[in-house]
Design a protein around this ligand. Structure first.
Ligand SMILES: Nc1ncnc2c1ncn2[C@@H]1O[C@H](COP(=O)(O)OP(=O)(O)OP(=O)(O)O)[C@@H](O)[C@H]1O
Ligand SMILES: [Mg+2]
Ligand SMILES: [Zn+2]
Length: 461
Protein backbone atom coordinates (compact mmCIF):
# COMPACT_ATOMS: atom_id res chain seq x y z
CA UNK A 1 0.00 0.00 0.00
CA UNK A 2 1.24 3.50 -0.82
CA UNK A 3 2.58 5.52 2.08
CA UNK A 4 -0.08 8.24 1.57
CA UNK A 5 -2.76 5.70 2.55
CA UNK A 6 -1.37 5.71 6.06
CA UNK A 7 -2.04 8.20 8.80
CA UNK A 8 -1.14 8.53 12.47
CA UNK A 9 -4.07 8.14 14.81
CA UNK A 10 -4.07 9.18 18.46
CA UNK A 11 -5.15 6.13 20.45
CA UNK A 12 -6.44 8.36 23.24
CA UNK A 13 -8.75 10.72 21.39
CA UNK A 14 -8.91 9.45 17.81
CA UNK A 15 -7.41 12.56 16.22
CA UNK A 16 -5.75 11.87 12.87
CA UNK A 17 -2.38 13.37 11.89
CA UNK A 18 -0.45 13.16 8.63
CA UNK A 19 2.89 12.89 10.45
CA UNK A 20 4.16 11.15 13.55
CA UNK A 21 4.76 13.28 16.64
CA UNK A 22 5.57 12.51 20.26
CA UNK A 23 2.58 14.44 21.54
CA UNK A 24 -0.99 14.59 20.25
CA UNK A 25 -1.85 18.27 19.81
CA UNK A 26 -5.57 17.53 20.07
CA UNK A 27 -5.64 16.00 23.54
CA UNK A 28 -2.13 16.63 24.85
CA UNK A 29 -1.32 12.94 25.50
CA UNK A 30 2.21 11.69 24.84
CA UNK A 31 3.18 8.60 22.83
CA UNK A 32 -0.33 7.88 21.64
CA UNK A 33 0.15 8.28 17.88
CA UNK A 34 0.12 4.98 16.00
CA UNK A 35 0.46 4.45 12.26
CA UNK A 36 -2.70 3.06 10.72
CA UNK A 37 -4.30 2.60 7.34
CA UNK A 38 -6.17 5.78 6.47
CA UNK A 39 -9.91 5.64 7.09
CA UNK A 40 -11.97 5.53 3.90
CA UNK A 41 -13.04 9.16 3.90
CA UNK A 42 -9.50 10.50 3.62
CA UNK A 43 -8.52 8.17 0.78
CA UNK A 44 -8.85 10.27 -2.40
CA UNK A 45 -11.49 8.88 -4.71
CA UNK A 46 -13.68 7.32 -2.02
CA UNK A 47 -15.93 10.38 -1.95
CA UNK A 48 -16.43 10.43 -5.68
CA UNK A 49 -17.35 6.76 -5.66
CA UNK A 50 -19.88 7.34 -2.88
CA UNK A 51 -21.44 10.28 -4.73
CA UNK A 52 -22.05 8.30 -7.89
CA UNK A 53 -24.43 5.81 -6.24
CA UNK A 54 -26.23 8.25 -3.86
CA UNK A 55 -30.04 8.17 -3.96
CA UNK A 56 -32.49 11.02 -3.39
CA UNK A 57 -32.89 12.40 0.13
CA UNK A 58 -36.38 12.08 1.61
CA UNK A 59 -37.49 14.68 4.18
CA UNK A 60 -40.06 14.05 6.93
CA UNK A 61 -41.99 16.28 9.36
CA UNK A 62 -40.66 16.94 12.86
CA UNK A 63 -44.00 15.89 14.30
CA UNK A 64 -43.85 12.35 12.95
CA UNK A 65 -46.62 9.89 13.76
CA UNK A 66 -44.81 7.01 15.41
CA UNK A 67 -45.18 6.67 19.19
CA UNK A 68 -41.81 6.78 20.92
CA UNK A 69 -40.87 3.23 21.96
CA UNK A 70 -41.38 2.47 25.63
CA UNK A 71 -38.29 2.45 27.80
CA UNK A 72 -37.16 -0.86 29.15
CA UNK A 73 -36.60 -0.67 32.89
CA UNK A 74 -34.00 -3.14 34.14
CA UNK A 75 -35.39 -3.06 37.66
CA UNK A 76 -31.94 -2.05 38.93
CA UNK A 77 -33.23 1.40 39.76
CA UNK A 78 -29.85 3.03 40.36
CA UNK A 79 -28.90 2.05 36.80
CA UNK A 80 -32.29 2.99 35.32
CA UNK A 81 -32.15 6.42 36.93
CA UNK A 82 -28.73 7.22 35.47
CA UNK A 83 -30.02 6.19 32.04
CA UNK A 84 -32.90 8.64 32.38
CA UNK A 85 -35.56 6.15 33.52
CA UNK A 86 -34.78 2.88 31.79
CA UNK A 87 -33.12 1.83 28.56
CA UNK A 88 -34.31 3.17 25.22
CA UNK A 89 -34.77 0.64 22.39
CA UNK A 90 -32.54 1.18 19.34
CA UNK A 91 -29.98 3.05 21.39
CA UNK A 92 -26.36 2.49 22.29
CA UNK A 93 -24.75 3.02 25.68
CA UNK A 94 -21.05 3.02 26.46
CA UNK A 95 -20.07 1.98 29.97
CA UNK A 96 -16.53 3.05 30.80
CA UNK A 97 -14.43 2.51 33.87
CA UNK A 98 -11.08 1.56 35.35
CA UNK A 99 -9.97 -2.09 35.32
CA UNK A 100 -11.65 -4.12 38.03
CA UNK A 101 -14.17 -1.48 39.05
CA UNK A 102 -17.06 -3.88 38.35
CA UNK A 103 -18.24 -3.24 34.79
CA UNK A 104 -18.74 -6.92 33.92
CA UNK A 105 -20.49 -7.49 37.22
CA UNK A 106 -22.91 -4.62 36.66
CA UNK A 107 -23.72 -5.69 33.13
CA UNK A 108 -24.15 -9.35 33.95
CA UNK A 109 -26.58 -8.34 36.68
CA UNK A 110 -28.36 -6.06 34.18
CA UNK A 111 -28.50 -8.85 31.61
CA UNK A 112 -29.96 -11.25 34.16
CA UNK A 113 -32.51 -8.70 35.38
CA UNK A 114 -33.83 -8.06 31.87
CA UNK A 115 -33.77 -11.73 30.88
CA UNK A 116 -35.87 -12.54 33.94
CA UNK A 117 -38.44 -10.04 32.66
CA UNK A 118 -38.69 -12.03 29.44
CA UNK A 119 -36.35 -10.01 27.23
CA UNK A 120 -34.00 -11.78 24.82
CA UNK A 121 -30.51 -10.92 26.04
CA UNK A 122 -27.17 -11.60 24.40
CA UNK A 123 -23.97 -11.27 26.41
CA UNK A 124 -20.89 -11.33 24.22
CA UNK A 125 -17.54 -11.42 25.96
CA UNK A 126 -14.21 -10.99 24.28
CA UNK A 127 -12.33 -10.73 27.55
CA UNK A 128 -13.19 -13.88 29.39
CA UNK A 129 -13.92 -17.53 28.68
CA UNK A 130 -17.51 -18.72 28.87
CA UNK A 131 -16.68 -20.65 32.04
CA UNK A 132 -15.44 -17.49 33.74
CA UNK A 133 -18.66 -15.65 33.06
CA UNK A 134 -20.69 -18.69 34.16
CA UNK A 135 -18.64 -18.74 37.32
CA UNK A 136 -19.43 -15.10 37.99
CA UNK A 137 -23.09 -15.73 37.24
CA UNK A 138 -23.10 -18.45 39.89
CA UNK A 139 -21.56 -16.10 42.45
CA UNK A 140 -24.08 -13.37 41.57
CA UNK A 141 -26.95 -15.91 41.79
CA UNK A 142 -27.83 -15.12 38.18
CA UNK A 143 -27.39 -18.57 36.61
CA UNK A 144 -31.16 -19.09 36.45
CA UNK A 145 -31.63 -16.16 34.05
CA UNK A 146 -31.98 -17.02 30.37
CA UNK A 147 -29.02 -15.02 29.06
CA UNK A 148 -27.44 -16.09 25.76
CA UNK A 149 -23.71 -16.15 26.38
CA UNK A 150 -20.95 -16.19 23.77
CA UNK A 151 -17.20 -15.76 23.97
CA UNK A 152 -16.20 -14.24 20.63
CA UNK A 153 -14.11 -11.40 19.24
CA UNK A 154 -14.80 -11.68 15.50
CA UNK A 155 -17.31 -8.95 14.67
CA UNK A 156 -18.58 -10.75 11.57
CA UNK A 157 -19.48 -13.86 13.61
CA UNK A 158 -21.04 -11.75 16.35
CA UNK A 159 -23.26 -9.81 13.94
CA UNK A 160 -24.33 -13.02 12.19
CA UNK A 161 -25.24 -14.56 15.54
CA UNK A 162 -27.16 -11.48 16.61
CA UNK A 163 -29.13 -11.36 13.37
CA UNK A 164 -30.43 -14.85 14.07
CA UNK A 165 -31.06 -14.32 17.79
CA UNK A 166 -32.86 -10.94 17.37
CA UNK A 167 -32.07 -9.82 20.93
CA UNK A 168 -33.72 -6.95 22.82
CA UNK A 169 -30.46 -6.28 24.62
CA UNK A 170 -26.88 -6.86 23.48
CA UNK A 171 -23.96 -6.49 25.85
CA UNK A 172 -20.45 -6.46 24.42
CA UNK A 173 -17.60 -6.76 26.94
CA UNK A 174 -15.44 -5.06 25.74
CA UNK A 175 -15.36 -3.06 22.52
CA UNK A 176 -11.56 -3.05 22.65
CA UNK A 177 -11.32 -6.81 22.16
CA UNK A 178 -13.31 -6.95 18.92
CA UNK A 179 -11.89 -7.00 15.41
CA UNK A 180 -13.48 -6.59 12.03
CA UNK A 181 -11.98 -8.21 8.96
CA UNK A 182 -11.26 -5.61 6.36
CA UNK A 183 -9.78 -3.24 8.88
CA UNK A 184 -6.03 -3.36 8.69
CA UNK A 185 -5.18 -2.83 12.34
CA UNK A 186 -4.86 -4.75 15.60
CA UNK A 187 -7.84 -5.12 17.98
CA UNK A 188 -8.03 -2.22 20.39
CA UNK A 189 -6.63 0.35 18.00
CA UNK A 190 -8.70 3.38 17.10
CA UNK A 191 -9.44 2.06 13.62
CA UNK A 192 -10.76 -1.28 14.94
CA UNK A 193 -12.65 0.13 17.90
CA UNK A 194 -14.31 2.74 15.73
CA UNK A 195 -15.24 0.31 12.97
CA UNK A 196 -16.63 -2.32 15.36
CA UNK A 197 -18.57 0.22 17.41
CA UNK A 198 -19.98 1.74 14.25
CA UNK A 199 -21.22 -1.62 12.93
CA UNK A 200 -22.76 -2.62 16.26
CA UNK A 201 -24.51 0.73 16.68
CA UNK A 202 -25.89 0.38 13.16
CA UNK A 203 -27.21 -3.06 14.06
CA UNK A 204 -28.92 -1.63 17.15
CA UNK A 205 -30.53 1.26 15.26
CA UNK A 206 -31.74 -1.03 12.51
CA UNK A 207 -33.17 -3.80 14.67
CA UNK A 208 -34.34 -1.78 17.67
CA UNK A 209 -32.01 -3.60 20.03
CA UNK A 210 -30.42 -1.91 23.03
CA UNK A 211 -26.64 -2.04 22.79
CA UNK A 212 -24.36 -1.74 25.79
CA UNK A 213 -20.64 -1.54 25.08
CA UNK A 214 -17.97 -1.83 27.75
CA UNK A 215 -14.98 0.43 27.23
CA UNK A 216 -11.78 0.30 29.25
CA UNK A 217 -10.30 3.52 30.45
CA UNK A 218 -6.61 3.51 29.63
CA UNK A 219 -3.95 6.12 29.99
CA UNK A 220 -0.95 4.49 28.33
CA UNK A 221 -2.30 4.77 24.80
CA UNK A 222 -1.72 1.09 24.01
CA UNK A 223 -5.40 0.57 23.35
CA UNK A 224 -7.99 3.11 22.30
CA UNK A 225 -9.91 4.72 25.13
CA UNK A 226 -13.69 5.16 25.31
CA UNK A 227 -13.33 8.72 23.95
CA UNK A 228 -13.02 7.24 20.51
CA UNK A 229 -16.57 5.87 20.61
CA UNK A 230 -18.21 8.53 22.77
CA UNK A 231 -19.69 10.39 19.81
CA UNK A 232 -20.96 7.20 18.17
CA UNK A 233 -23.24 6.24 21.05
CA UNK A 234 -26.34 7.83 22.59
CA UNK A 235 -25.21 7.69 26.19
CA UNK A 236 -21.87 7.48 27.96
CA UNK A 237 -21.82 6.24 31.52
CA UNK A 238 -18.78 6.00 33.74
CA UNK A 239 -18.46 3.58 36.59
CA UNK A 240 -16.20 4.93 39.30
CA UNK A 241 -14.85 3.75 42.60
CA UNK A 242 -11.95 4.28 44.94
CA UNK A 243 -9.57 1.37 45.41
CA UNK A 244 -10.17 -0.29 48.78
CA UNK A 245 -13.65 1.17 49.20
CA UNK A 246 -16.78 -0.83 48.45
CA UNK A 247 -18.75 2.09 46.99
CA UNK A 248 -19.24 2.37 43.24
CA UNK A 249 -20.75 5.36 41.53
CA UNK A 250 -22.42 5.35 38.15
CA UNK A 251 -22.49 8.70 36.40
CA UNK A 252 -23.77 9.70 32.96
CA UNK A 253 -21.47 12.10 31.12
CA UNK A 254 -23.57 12.14 27.97
CA UNK A 255 -27.18 11.15 27.45
CA UNK A 256 -29.33 11.85 24.43
CA UNK A 257 -32.40 10.58 26.30
CA UNK A 258 -32.10 12.04 29.76
CA UNK A 259 -30.29 14.32 32.19
CA UNK A 260 -26.63 13.83 33.03
CA UNK A 261 -26.62 14.97 36.62
CA UNK A 262 -27.98 11.82 38.27
CA UNK A 263 -25.71 9.35 39.98
CA UNK A 264 -26.30 5.72 40.82
CA UNK A 265 -24.72 4.39 43.99
CA UNK A 266 -23.82 0.76 44.58
CA UNK A 267 -21.91 -1.26 47.10
CA UNK A 268 -19.70 -4.10 45.87
CA UNK A 269 -20.17 -7.20 47.99
CA UNK A 270 -19.55 -10.92 47.50
CA UNK A 271 -22.97 -11.28 45.84
CA UNK A 272 -22.24 -8.48 43.40
CA UNK A 273 -23.41 -4.90 43.27
CA UNK A 274 -26.07 -3.93 45.77
CA UNK A 275 -28.07 -0.75 45.22
CA UNK A 276 -27.87 2.05 47.74
CA UNK A 277 -31.14 3.93 47.34
CA UNK A 278 -30.40 6.41 50.18
CA UNK A 279 -26.78 7.36 49.71
CA UNK A 280 -26.86 10.54 51.75
CA UNK A 281 -25.38 9.07 54.90
CA UNK A 282 -22.84 6.93 53.04
CA UNK A 283 -20.21 9.60 52.66
CA UNK A 284 -20.31 11.01 56.17
CA UNK A 285 -17.59 9.03 57.82
CA UNK A 286 -18.13 8.22 61.48
CA UNK A 287 -20.77 10.19 63.35
CA UNK A 288 -20.41 12.54 66.24
CA UNK A 289 -17.65 15.03 66.91
CA UNK A 290 -15.60 15.78 63.84
CA UNK A 291 -11.89 16.50 63.93
CA UNK A 292 -10.49 19.86 62.88
CA UNK A 293 -10.27 20.16 59.11
CA UNK A 294 -13.52 18.30 58.50
CA UNK A 295 -16.70 19.92 57.19
CA UNK A 296 -19.94 18.30 56.08
CA UNK A 297 -21.13 19.52 52.70
CA UNK A 298 -24.87 19.39 52.08
CA UNK A 299 -24.79 18.55 48.40
CA UNK A 300 -27.25 17.54 45.71
CA UNK A 301 -26.52 14.95 43.03
CA UNK A 302 -29.21 15.03 40.38
CA UNK A 303 -32.51 14.79 42.21
CA UNK A 304 -31.10 13.50 45.47
CA UNK A 305 -29.43 15.18 48.43
CA UNK A 306 -26.05 13.74 49.39
CA UNK A 307 -24.23 14.70 52.55
CA UNK A 308 -20.53 14.22 52.33
CA UNK A 309 -17.60 14.94 54.61
CA UNK A 310 -14.80 17.06 53.19
CA UNK A 311 -11.44 16.71 54.93
CA UNK A 312 -8.54 19.13 54.73
CA UNK A 313 -5.05 19.06 56.16
CA UNK A 314 -2.63 21.99 56.14
CA UNK A 315 0.78 20.77 57.21
CA UNK A 316 4.03 22.73 57.37
CA UNK A 317 5.82 22.09 54.11
CA UNK A 318 9.26 20.54 54.01
CA UNK A 319 9.88 21.68 50.44
CA UNK A 320 10.23 25.01 48.68
CA UNK A 321 7.05 24.52 46.67
CA UNK A 322 4.23 23.36 48.90
CA UNK A 323 2.20 20.35 47.76
CA UNK A 324 -1.45 20.47 46.81
CA UNK A 325 -3.00 16.99 46.75
CA UNK A 326 -6.70 16.51 46.06
CA UNK A 327 -9.04 13.54 45.96
CA UNK A 328 -12.58 14.00 44.67
CA UNK A 329 -12.46 17.70 43.83
CA UNK A 330 -11.08 20.04 41.22
CA UNK A 331 -7.54 21.35 41.66
CA UNK A 332 -8.21 24.67 39.91
CA UNK A 333 -11.15 25.22 42.22
CA UNK A 334 -8.98 24.54 45.29
CA UNK A 335 -6.38 27.04 44.07
CA UNK A 336 -9.15 29.60 43.73
CA UNK A 337 -10.51 29.04 47.24
CA UNK A 338 -7.00 29.26 48.69
CA UNK A 339 -6.43 32.56 46.84
CA UNK A 340 -9.77 33.97 48.04
CA UNK A 341 -9.02 32.97 51.65
CA UNK A 342 -5.62 34.63 51.42
CA UNK A 343 -6.78 37.83 49.72
CA UNK A 344 -10.14 38.38 51.42
CA UNK A 345 -9.48 36.99 54.90
CA UNK A 346 -5.71 37.26 55.23
CA UNK A 347 -5.43 33.52 55.86
CA UNK A 348 -2.19 32.34 54.30
CA UNK A 349 -1.46 28.77 53.25
CA UNK A 350 1.95 29.68 51.84
CA UNK A 351 4.58 27.32 53.19
CA UNK A 352 1.98 24.68 53.92
CA UNK A 353 1.15 21.47 52.11
CA UNK A 354 -2.59 21.33 51.55
CA UNK A 355 -4.40 17.99 51.27
CA UNK A 356 -8.08 17.88 50.45
CA UNK A 357 -10.16 14.75 50.33
CA UNK A 358 -13.82 13.97 49.75
CA UNK A 359 -14.86 11.02 51.92
CA UNK A 360 -16.14 7.75 50.51
CA UNK A 361 -14.65 8.10 47.02
CA UNK A 362 -17.28 10.53 45.76
CA UNK A 363 -16.23 13.13 43.21
CA UNK A 364 -17.94 16.48 43.71
CA UNK A 365 -18.60 18.82 40.80
CA UNK A 366 -21.08 21.21 42.40
CA UNK A 367 -19.83 24.79 42.90
CA UNK A 368 -21.88 24.86 46.10
CA UNK A 369 -19.12 22.79 47.72
CA UNK A 370 -16.87 25.89 47.76
CA UNK A 371 -18.00 27.11 51.16
CA UNK A 372 -17.63 23.65 52.71
CA UNK A 373 -14.11 23.39 51.31
CA UNK A 374 -13.30 26.87 52.62
CA UNK A 375 -14.65 25.88 56.05
CA UNK A 376 -12.57 22.70 56.08
CA UNK A 377 -9.46 24.66 55.10
CA UNK A 378 -9.98 27.35 57.75
CA UNK A 379 -10.59 24.68 60.35
CA UNK A 380 -7.45 22.83 59.27
CA UNK A 381 -5.40 26.00 59.52
CA UNK A 382 -6.71 27.07 62.93
CA UNK A 383 -6.90 23.50 64.25
CA UNK A 384 -10.36 24.37 65.54
CA UNK A 385 -13.18 21.93 64.76
CA UNK A 386 -16.36 23.23 63.13
CA UNK A 387 -19.43 23.69 65.34
CA UNK A 388 -21.09 20.38 66.20
CA UNK A 389 -23.77 18.97 63.89
CA UNK A 390 -23.24 21.62 61.25
CA UNK A 391 -23.56 21.38 57.46
CA UNK A 392 -22.10 23.89 54.99
CA UNK A 393 -22.86 24.87 51.40
CA UNK A 394 -22.61 27.90 49.09
CA UNK A 395 -20.63 29.05 46.09
CA UNK A 396 -17.68 31.39 46.66
CA UNK A 397 -17.08 34.23 44.19
CA UNK A 398 -13.63 35.70 43.56
CA UNK A 399 -14.79 38.83 45.39
CA UNK A 400 -15.30 36.71 48.48
CA UNK A 401 -19.06 37.02 48.24
CA UNK A 402 -21.14 33.90 48.80
CA UNK A 403 -23.55 33.13 46.00
CA UNK A 404 -26.81 31.32 46.62
CA UNK A 405 -26.99 27.62 45.78
CA UNK A 406 -30.09 25.98 44.36
CA UNK A 407 -32.22 23.41 46.20
CA UNK A 408 -31.66 24.90 49.67
CA UNK A 409 -34.77 23.20 51.00
CA UNK A 410 -33.72 19.77 49.80
CA UNK A 411 -30.26 20.15 51.33
CA UNK A 412 -31.50 21.36 54.69
CA UNK A 413 -34.32 18.81 54.96
CA UNK A 414 -31.88 15.97 54.44
CA UNK A 415 -29.41 17.46 56.93
CA UNK A 416 -32.16 17.77 59.53
CA UNK A 417 -33.27 14.20 58.82
CA UNK A 418 -29.75 12.95 59.49
CA UNK A 419 -29.58 14.76 62.81
CA UNK A 420 -27.78 17.97 61.92
CA UNK A 421 -29.03 20.97 63.83
CA UNK A 422 -27.41 23.94 62.11
CA UNK A 423 -26.09 25.12 58.78
CA UNK A 424 -23.73 27.70 57.35
CA UNK A 425 -25.44 28.77 54.13
CA UNK A 426 -25.70 31.63 51.63
CA UNK A 427 -28.10 34.52 52.37
CA UNK A 428 -31.73 33.40 52.28
CA UNK A 429 -35.02 35.15 51.53
CA UNK A 430 -36.42 37.19 54.42
CA UNK A 431 -38.78 35.23 56.63
CA UNK A 432 -37.87 31.85 55.15
CA UNK A 433 -38.40 28.96 57.57
CA UNK A 434 -36.10 25.96 57.79
CA UNK A 435 -35.95 22.66 59.60
CA UNK A 436 -32.75 23.65 61.36
CA UNK A 437 -30.84 26.73 62.48
CA UNK A 438 -29.32 28.56 59.50
CA UNK A 439 -26.46 31.02 59.93
CA UNK A 440 -26.40 33.12 56.76
CA UNK A 441 -22.94 33.80 55.38
CA UNK A 442 -22.77 36.57 52.79
CA UNK A 443 -18.98 36.96 52.57
CA UNK A 444 -16.05 34.60 53.07
CA UNK A 445 -14.81 36.89 55.86
CA UNK A 446 -18.06 36.14 57.74
CA UNK A 447 -17.23 32.45 57.50
CA UNK A 448 -13.76 33.06 58.91
CA UNK A 449 -15.30 35.09 61.73
CA UNK A 450 -17.94 32.43 62.42
CA UNK A 451 -15.24 29.76 62.69
CA UNK A 452 -12.75 31.87 64.64
CA UNK A 453 -11.66 30.23 67.87
CA UNK A 454 -13.99 31.61 70.52
CA UNK A 455 -12.33 32.67 73.76
CA UNK A 456 -12.47 29.24 75.46
CA UNK A 457 -15.76 28.05 74.05
CA UNK A 458 -17.62 25.89 76.59
CA UNK A 459 -18.93 22.55 75.38
CA UNK A 460 -22.56 23.46 75.86
CA UNK A 461 -24.44 20.39 74.67
N1 LIG B 1 -15.53 -13.48 45.23
C1 LIG B 1 -15.69 -12.16 45.27
N2 LIG B 1 -16.20 -11.57 46.33
C2 LIG B 1 -16.39 -10.24 46.38
N3 LIG B 1 -16.08 -9.42 45.41
C3 LIG B 1 -15.54 -9.94 44.31
C4 LIG B 1 -15.32 -11.32 44.19
N4 LIG B 1 -14.78 -11.53 42.98
C5 LIG B 1 -14.67 -10.32 42.40
N5 LIG B 1 -15.12 -9.36 43.21
C6 LIG B 1 -15.18 -7.92 42.94
O1 LIG B 1 -15.44 -7.71 41.61
C7 LIG B 1 -14.48 -6.85 41.04
C8 LIG B 1 -14.22 -7.20 39.61
O2 LIG B 1 -15.45 -6.99 38.96
P1 LIG B 1 -15.57 -7.05 37.40
O3 LIG B 1 -14.85 -8.21 36.87
O4 LIG B 1 -17.01 -6.90 37.12
O5 LIG B 1 -14.81 -5.71 37.01
P2 LIG B 1 -14.51 -5.18 35.55
O6 LIG B 1 -14.64 -3.71 35.64
O7 LIG B 1 -15.31 -5.89 34.55
O8 LIG B 1 -12.99 -5.57 35.42
P3 LIG B 1 -12.10 -5.78 34.10
O9 LIG B 1 -11.57 -4.42 33.81
O10 LIG B 1 -11.04 -6.71 34.56
O11 LIG B 1 -12.98 -6.32 33.05
C9 LIG B 1 -13.25 -7.04 41.88
O12 LIG B 1 -12.44 -5.88 41.87
C10 LIG B 1 -13.86 -7.27 43.23
O13 LIG B 1 -14.12 -6.03 43.85
MG1 LIG C 1 -14.75 -7.06 32.89
ZN1 LIG D 1 -5.13 12.75 21.13
Amino acid sequence: MAKSDHVFTCQACGAIWPKWAGKCDACGEWNTLVEEAAPRSVVPGALAAAKAKGSKLAFVELAGDAEPPARLATGISEFDRVCGGGLVPASAILVGGDPGVGKSTLLLQTAAALARKGATVAYVTGEEAEAQVQDRARRLKASDANVQLAAETDLRKILDGLKTLKPDLVIVDSIQTLWADGVEAAPGTVAQVRACAHELVRFAKKTGAILILVGHVTKDGQIAGPRVVEHLVDAVIYFEGERGLPFRILRAVKNRFGPTDEIGVFEMVELGLVETPNPSALFLGENGQRASGAAVFAGVEGSRPVLVEIQALAAASAYGTPRRAIVGWDSARLAMILAVLETRCGLSFAGRDVYLSVAGGLRITEPAADLAVAAALISALTDEPLPRDCVVFGEVALSGEIRPAGRTDLRLKEAAKLGFSNALAPPQKKGAKFDLEVKQISHIADLAAALAPAPRRREAS
